[in-house]
Design a protein around this ligand. Structure first.
Ligand SMILES: *Cc1c(COP(=O)(O)O)cnc(C)c1O
Length: 409
């Protein structure tokens, strides 16, 4: 049975999240399937930043740290993210970048498992996570070992201090079974840390089901804007034991005592290091209002519907052009993206972007499409597939311009 544009309009008409798109500014002439790299702009952000700059900064000046609530913004925004991932309000704090947050979490975990000699990751995870894990391992004089997805559970042994995994793989969209892996790590006395960069905001993460630590990115599905700060989660029962080396003044028990020696704050506050980027933090704060009233189970149901539709259309119209599916067919193992492999992927994506369909390319051969549930419509998925079909049929990608590599992809 062939899927029609009409079918897709009917799916949009039944979509309980259809009106959430109105909370975003999206250009009319663009189909945006790249919310997994940089989320779209929520309408609430511009006015909030204007207020922050023109009122709180310009007029309030330094008083705004207290009077405009800047000082507690890392905790306040953390509590908003906590709701999306199923954590308690005081288990999440916003600060720094995902990379830096991961460094703090991994060093804390190593301290909590003295005598253990390994950090265990998995091959194919997002590079920064592996780079940070190997940097921490070298510094702490332990090993960083990468399992394959198939050998992962078997490689968790008594020497592993912490397992570090990306919940949803950035390249394929594969979703790990978080609950099962938490249990497998704990069975060997290891801790486990999750990178939620590609899962928070698109599915019910269920972080309370035994995860010890987590980190995640603010500018993808959370729509915090370019360079938005990241967040860290630590389960309540671990917070007292956390020690990390980035002991800056804002993580001190009493920063404004200006005491000569460091003494950690309570709870998640001790993970803070230096002064947060307040404007970016307030942008993220406002952006998270786009999730008001959005149930994560409903968001994930929509993700599954959008990705299923794209795969069905790809089977119908795209595979004959030499694409292969690089994402799981099983909807319970798939995040909010669908990746297709094609040896001319780079030039194909450049062509699509030139024609208003924005996805992205991941070397060596993956074209990746993200289906952010808050603002993507089924009819856009239909139009995207039709456009790709046309570009392939006419070989529009086959020019020197589209094949020439740019710096940022
Ligand atoms: C995007 C992403 C990051 C980003 O790291 P930053 O340090 O915030 O730039 C980290 N991990 C994963 C899995 C990502 O997808």
């Amino acid at each position: 049975m062939t899927l029609t544009r009409q079918d897709c309009l009917a799916l949009d008409a039944r979509d309980p999240l259809a009106n959430v798109r109105e909370r975003f500014i999206l250009p009319d002439d663009i189909t945006y399937l790249d919310g997994n790299s940089l989320g779209a702009l929520p309408k609430s952000v511009g006015p909030r930043l204007r207020q922050a700059v023109e009122q709180e900064w310009a007029r309030g000046l330094i008083r705004s740290w207290n009077e405009a609530g800047w000082y507690r913004a890392p905790q306040r925004v953390g509590a908003k993210i906590a709701k999306l991932i199923g954590a308690a309000d005081d288990e999440v704090i916003v600060m720094d970048s995902t990379s830096v947050d991961l460094l703090k979490v991994l060093t804390a975990a190593l301290r909590m498992r003295p005598g253990r000699t390994k950090i265990l990751g998995v091959s194919g995870d997002f590079p920064t996570d592996s780079y940070i894990a190997s940097g921490v391992a070298e510094f702490a004089n332990v090993g960083f070992v990468r399992a394959t997805p198939e050998t992962l559970i078997d490689e968790i042994d008594d020497d592993v201090a912490i397992v570090v995994l990306t919940h949803v793989n950035y390249r394929s969209g594969f979703v790990h079974d978080m609950r099962a892996l938490n249990a497998a790590a704990h069975a060997k006395g290891a801790l486990i840390a999750w990178d939620l960069s590609h899962s928070a905001g698109v599915m019910p993460v269920g972080i309370a089901a035994g995860a010890d630590f987590a980190v995640g990115c603010g500018y993808k599905y959370l729509n915090g804007g370019p360079g938005a700060p990241a967040y860290s989660f630590a389960a309540k029962q671990h917070q007292a034991a956390i020690e990390h080396p980035l002991t800056g003044w804002l993580g001190h028990a009493d920063p404004f005592a200006f005491a000569p020696n460091y003494e950690p704050a309570q709870g998640m506050d001790k993970l803070l290091t230096g002064t947060p980027p307040i404007l970016s933090l307030l942008a993220l704060d406002a952006a998270l209002d786009a999730f008001d009233g959005v149930d994560m189970a409903q968001a994930y149901a929509k993700v599954q519907s959008l990705t299923y539709l794209f795969i069905a259309l790809a089977d119908e119209r795209l595979m004959r052009h030499g694409f292969t599916l690089a994402s799981p067919r099983d909807k319970t193992r798939r995040g909010a993206q669908v990746s297709l492999a094609h040896e001319e992927g780079y030039a194909i994506m450049q062509t699509l972007i030139a024609r208003g369909l924005i996805g992205d390319f991941r070397a060596p051969n993956i074209v990746r499409f993200g289906f952010a549930p808050l603002y993507t419509r089924h009819v856009e998925v239909y139009e995207a597939a039709a456009l790709i079909d046309g570009v392939m049929a006419t070989r529009a990608w086959d020019t020197d311009d589209f094949k020439a590599r740019k710096a940022g992809t």
